[in-house]
Design a protein around this ligand. Structure first.
Ligand SMILES: Cc1cc2nc3c(=O)[nH]c(=O)nc-3n(C[C@H](O)[C@H](O)[C@H](O)COP(=O)(O)OP(=O)(O)OC[C@H]3O[C@@H](n4cnc5c(N)ncnc54)[C@H](O)[C@@H]3O)c2cc1C
Length: 215
């Protein structure tokens, strides 16, 4: 991966990083990403979507009829943004109030995955990204399902991370006041799994779902 003027952090550069391990960890922990691209007539489009990373490639998938995926398949530049909201930063003034977060921006040129083996690896990776281990618990996709699905690769050519942690940075003039300040940590939690109304009662909750509901 390289980094150019485009991924040089200007605002609050001390929060920025180009560390690949950090970028990968932020990408892998996020259930979804937002893909930014320009449509044929030049207007911007930001699409929330599921992703998975294999090495230095981010894969997304969708209906073969998807407008955004058709556009990406044409090999255009795209930007993918990923955000974890880690908490509210509650300062003594609105100006210094903020959020704790980990975010990543990836720039790359998208391509259609036309190799069937690569597409299958990507589809399994997407299933396992959402629920680790799930691809080995479910039936394999049919030829018809594969034909209805487009897989797009976005090489993580150039990327940056930005991380904010810790207390508010209040204005020194506000420190003596009795206005509360601190942080409200956020984390993603899940409730116990709910079986489908049409699930046969003898079917046990599989390992992938048990693990996800412990997260
Ligand atoms: C949850 C959350 C809330 C935020 N709220 C605000 C807000 O209210 N107001 C505000 O001004 N900013 C906010 N930010 C920060 C915002 O994402 C930008 O970093 C900031 O606005 C600077 O933008 P810029 O275009 O001037 O960045 P520049 O520093 O000019 O961007 C240059 C390059 O730095 C990298 N970069 C910039 N921002 C990020 C990022 N967040 N993650 C990864 N790489 C990045 C990219 O490679 C980009 O091309 C928030 C971020 C998060 C994650």
């Amino acid at each position: 991966m390289h980094h150019t003027e485009r991924t040089r952090l200007r605002r609050e550069p001390q929060r920025g990083s180009h560390d690949l391990a950090l970028i990968h960890a932020i990408v892998d922990e996020a259930p979804i990403c937002h893909l930014g691209l320009t449509d044929v007539d030049g207007h911007p489009l930001v699409v929330p979507t599921i992703h998975a990373r294999l090495g230095d490639i981010l894969y997304v998938h969708g209906s073969a009829a998807s407008r955004a995926l058709r556009r990406l398949a044409g090999g255009i530049e795209a930007c993918c943004t990923i955000t974890h909201l880690d908490g509210l930063v509650v300062a003594r003034s609105g100006f210094w109030s903020s959020m704790n977060y980990r975010s990543v921006m990836i720039f790359g040129r998208a391509r259609l995955v036309d190799d069937p083996d690569e597409a299958m690896r990507a589809l399994d990776a997407i299933v396992d990204h959402v629920l680790p281990g799930r691809s080995s618990e479910i039936r394999r996709p049919t030829a018809k399902e594969i034909a209805a699905t487009k897989v797009i690769a976005l090489p993580i050519d150039e990327a940056s991370a930005k991380v904010r942690t810790g207390d508010p940075k209040d204005d020194p003039g506000d420190l003596g006041t009795d206005v509360w300040a601190g942080t409200v940590p956020f984390r993603v939690v899940s409730d116990p799994p709910v079986p489908a109304a049409n699930l046969a009662p003898h079917v046990p909750v599989p390992a992938s779902v048990r693990a996800a509901s412990r997260r």
